[in-house]
Design a protein around this ligand. Structure first.
Ligand SMILES: [Zn+2]
Length: 273
């Protein structure tokens, strides 16, 4: 599943291709991925794309009055083509622009979703979902993070995955962040001491930044608009089972935490602080 750095990479590529363009035609081949097909068509036809934004792992295609929320889930991808020939048999939505190019949405597993919101409903929509803050220095405060974690009596990995405290991290980046912070993923969030929370806060921001700069992680053929990220070459623990820990040489293990495959160095990441 694409996480924040991969979605941000798609956002940047998509923005370059479609902002300022006006939608001439929309073809929908698999309506089930759209919450309200009629509204989706009506609000987009002959409208100009103002911006492409992002909240957590959600892409926001912003028009004058409406916003299309696009959640890529497992396998959603966008492609730009110059003919209206479908890119693959898994293309479910196709937008033709007056300016000529074609935007195609492909989703092999069909878990992606499109939701239409009026622009004023976008902030309340994410508030209702209890989506946490963006993991950037200017939005993600250490004081707030400390307070939030004190109230969470679940495992820290589960807390970071559920998006309510901080948005955008999935399985890959949570494993990387906890490893760099030397925190066992099964530690109870409210039990972390002040310096551990500070480490965690620092590594969340810096790893997400580094991954965005690398264009995200490309595994299982996930690529955006044909671009390939290269953060997979910088992963230290995720997918490194059997390799030596960079800090201590102990073997990286794979365990299950909250039903998710989880990579740790059990020597560096202890259950006690
Ligand atoms: Zn280690």
């Amino acid at each position: 599943m694409p996480e924040l750095p991969e979605v941000e990479t798609v956002r940047r590529a998509l923005a370059k291709e479609i902002v300022g363009k006006t939608i001439k035609e929309i073809c929908i081949f698999y309506p089930k991925i759209i919450e309200d097909v009629e509204q989706f068509k009506q609000c987009m036809l002959n409208e100009t794309i103002h911006s492409v934004d992002r909240r957590g792992k959600y892409l926001l295609i912003v028009l004058k009055h409406w916003t299309i929320v696009s959640h890529l889930r497992m396998s959603g991808k966008y492609f730009i083509t110059d003919t209206n020939q479908v890119y693959s048999k898994h293309v479910h939505v196709m937008w033709t622009f007056h300016e000529g190019s074609i935007l195609q949405y492909e989703d092999v597993r069909k878990f992606g979703r499109f939701i239409v919101l009026s622009n004023k409903d976008v902030i309340p929509y994410f508030e209702h979902k209890k989506l946490g803050v963006e993991p950037y220095f200017d939005t993600f405060s250490i004081e707030r993070f400390k307070k939030d974690l004190q109230k969470k009596h679940q495992m820290i990995k589960v807390v970071l995955l559920n998006q309510h405290v901080v948005a955008g991290l999935g399985n890959i980046y949570v494993d990387e962040v906890l490893y760099q912070s030397r925190i066992h993923p099964m530690r109870v969030a409210s039990d972390l001491n002040e310096s551990e929370v500070e480490q965690l806060h620092y590594h969340i921001i810096s790893i997400i930044q580094a991954a965005i700069q690398a264009g995200g992680t490309t595994i299982r053929d996930y690529s955006s608009l044909g671009e390939q990220g290269n953060y997979q070459t910088k992963l230290c623990v995720y997918g490194q089972t059997g390799k030596a820990c960079l800090f201590c040489g102990h073997t990286i293990e794979k365990i299950i935490v909250g039903q998710r495959g989880t990579h740790i160095c059990s020597h560096c990441q202890r259950m006690t602080n």
